[in-house]
Write a protein that binds this ligand. Structure first.
Ligand code: HEC
Length: 129
């Protein structure tokens, strides 16, 4: 019971609103070199990468019109995933670490990730075509 109450407090204090403006800043500072300032996969580093950075403005379109927040957060965070293959896309969980935020995936699972990553996902959701 005590654990349950503590968990409830933890969730209440970490489930802050996603901060779109903050997310845009994080993106411009950490992601735009590869993905481009407009997130279209055309950053200055794109040419030298062996794998083309994903056009992140098309994620909703390729997901039946719904922005896949949970997938994006998991993918960018990466520290809780078991990766079978390494890829050119850095994992940001360690670098963008900080206060945790909780989001609920479509399947009802709660995903805990650094706030900065949840904010980036919130900003990306606003730039979908
Ligand atoms: C060094 C270049 C580089 C940087 C910096 C970078 N990415 Fe990527 N990213 C890639 C590449 C290349 C891919 C495509 C290959 C892959 O998925 O690994 C990718 C894929 C992704 C995907 C997967 C899209 C999908 O299909 O689900 C997401 C989401 C993403 N990046 C978000 C970000 C965010 C957010 C940041 C900043 C925190 C970032 N990336 C920084 C190179 C980069």
């Amino acid at each position: 019971m005590k654990t349950l109450i503590l968990l409830a407090i933890f969730l209440a204090s970490t489930a802050s609103a996603q901060d779109v403006a903050q997310g845009r800043d994080v993106f411009q500072n950490h992601c735009a070199t590869c993905h481009g300032t407009g997130a279209r996969g055309d950053g200055p580093m794109a040419d030298v990468l062996s794998v083309v950075p994903t056009d992140l403005t098309a994620l909703a379109a390729s997901n039946g019109g719904e922005f896949p927040t949970a997938r994006v957060v998991r993918r960018v965070d990466g520290q809780r995933e078991v990766l079978a293959h390494g890829g050119p896309m850095p994992l940001w969980g360690m670098i963008l670490d900080g206060p945790a935020a909780v989001i609920v995936a479509p399947d009802g699972a709660e995903i805990v990730a650094p706030e900065a990553i949840v904010d980036v996902a919130a900003w990306l959701a606003t730039v979908q075509r």
